[in-house]
Design a protein around this ligand. Structure first.
Ligand SMILES: C[S@@+](CC[C@H](N)C(=O)[O-])C[C@H]1O[C@@H](n2cnc3c(N)ncnc32)[C@H](O)[C@@H]1O
Length: 231
């Protein structure tokens, strides 16, 4: 684990977050340069119980996660097909997937505290507490028809080294939708992000269906959305 100057004890999340401005500050803090995955885990542990109400204040939870779910729904006709909500957090994407008709949704997240909140939404069949990374997930090959990931790439969060494992658990022909803050793609922590995406395409593991820049004034701002078809 790399050294960090940030003392998570001094990052006040949870009950303290009450204005839209404070929520934006919290979102930025959770992604600040040099933060480690362990510090990020601690932040979400503290934040989980008030995350939904806090992120409603700055319109985060009513915009970016819902958009990701809606895009996945455009590509998967059979809503009984199994889908995976990656870095599901408190289940905001899962609730929207259910609204859109999906009936077979699993969740994966690094934070058990966030997953505990997600459990209460009653939209997921299986909740898996694990990291998106190079680690092998406890999921069989070719399990899902689709997967979605949003709000989870960057400092102290998931990196491009997670994609091979995600590709493994999606069926050939399945769809992966992910969103990443535009400014983060060129940040130090994600050096090689684009190269990794291209290498997987060159290696015939997936095909890029769509890449779009979505403008947003919420949280960390404009974001890129990628849609890949798994081969
Ligand atoms: C900003 S929240 C977004 C949650 C959800 N996707 C949404 O948009 O509502 C980020 C989530 O990513 C999770 N996370 C961070 N790093 C992760 C990793 N390496 N693997 C899996 N989950 C991770 C955190 O625990 C947290 O629940």
């Amino acid at each position: 684990m790399s050294e960090s100057k940030i003392n998570p004890e001094k990052v006040v999340f949870g009950a303290g977050a009450k204005t839209a401005e404070e929520v934006n500050t919290l979102i930025n803090k959770s992604a600040q340069e040099g933060i480690t995955q362990a510090e990020v885990d601690d932040i979400y542990k503290q934040w989980a119980k008030t995350y939904d109400q806090d992120t409603l204040l700055n319109s985060y939870s009513s915009t970016k996660p819902l958009a990701a779910a809606r895009v996945l729904a455009e590509y998967i006709e059979d809503k009984s097909a199994p889908v995976l909500d990656l870095a599901a957090g408190t289940g905001i994407v899962g609730v929207e997937l259910k609204e859109l008709g999906f009936t077979n949704i699993d969740a994966l997240d690094a934070s058990q505290a966030m997953l505990d909140q997600a459990t209460e939404k009653n939209v997921y069949k299986r909740l898996i507490c694990d990291y998106m990374g190079p680690n092998t997930l406890d999921i069989k090959d070719n399990t899902y028809s689709g997967a979605v990931a949003t709000g989870c790439f960057g400092e102290g969060h998931a990196k491009q080294d997670c994609f091979l494992e995600i590709i493994r658990v999606i069926k050939p022909g399945g769809t992966l939708v992910f969103q990443i803050t535009n400014a983060k793609v060129s940040s130090t922590c994600l050096i090689g992000f684009d190269d990794t995406l291209n290498t997987h395409e060159d290696n015939n593991l997936w095909t890029l269906i769509k890449k779009e820049l979505v403008s947003s004034s919420v949280g960390t701002g404009d974001y890129l959305r990628f849609v890949y078809r798994i081969k």
